[in-house]
Design a protein around this ligand. Structure first.
Ligand SMILES: Cc1cc2nc3c(=O)[nH]c(=O)nc-3n(C[C@H](O)[C@H](O)[C@H](O)COP(=O)(O)O)c2cc1C
Length: 194
């Protein structure tokens, strides 16, 4: 399972760098997470140099846009157990310490230990697979409005997101959606042939 978060790290001169990052929840490794930053990102450089980050949960879609594409000044609070900054408007966060950095390939694998957890409305970020399922479910309830080829292409695209970022429950639901749409297509083709 991957959740989407805003990771804040400290750069040169103590400047706080917020950026959206996916977080892999390591099954069977309670208290540890995996970050997969591209080695070209400031986040990666900061993680490697300082050894700390705050993983902020946020459901504010706009924040993902602005922090992915720019470097906005955000209201911040000091972290408690590590040198770092917390987004004031978080929905929960983890203060983490880097334990291991692997640099093979374009993306590094940075394993971190959670040293402090603050839960506000549950510790949970965006999950793209769940968002994809909601989109898929909307499509599946509007098959009469769209061309079958469009629905198939959209569901195939959403299925890729689910395969990459979902767990078993999400993959099963996506499979259900695709089969449902495929059956409807068959019925439609049958009618067209009549
Ligand atoms: C939802 C979302 C998830 C992202 N996940 C990652 C990720 O896991 N690793 C990564 O390197 N970039 C990821 N990105 C892209 C970075 O946020 C983007 O390249 C950003 O500009 C990096 O900022 P930085 O150079 O200040 O660290 C993601 C973007 C979004 C919108």
């Amino acid at each position: 399972m991957i959740i989407e978060t805003i990771v804040t790290t400290l750069g040169a001169g103590g400047r706080c760098n917020p950026a959206p990052m996916g977080v892999v929840l390591l099954s069977g490794e309670e208290g540890r997470i995996l970050l997969r930053p591209f080695k070209t990102t400031h986040t990666f450089r900061n993680l490697k140099e300082t050894g700390f980050a705050v993983v902020n949960m946020s459901w504010d879609g706009a924040l993902y846009v602005y922090t992915a594409l720019g470097d906005p000044d955000l209201p911040l609070l000091p972290a408690d157990r590590i040198p770092g900054r917390v987004l004031r408007d978080h929905r929960g966060y983890w203060e983490v310490q880097v334990e291991d950095v692997r640099e093979e390939g374009e993306r590094a694998a940075v394993t971190c230990r959670i040293v402090k957890e603050v839960a506000r409305e549950g510790i949970w970020g965006f999950n793209r697979a769940r968002a994809a399922l909601v989109e898929g479910a909307i499509l599946a309830t509007r098959l009469h409005l769209y061309a079958p080829a469009f629905v198939k292409a959209e569901l195939d695209r959403l299925a890729e997101v689910v395969a990459r970022t979902g767990g078993l429950r999400e993959r099963e639901a996506m499979d259900y959606l695709q089969k449902y749409a495929a059956r409807a297509r068959k019925v439609g083709e049958g009618n067209a042939a009549d």
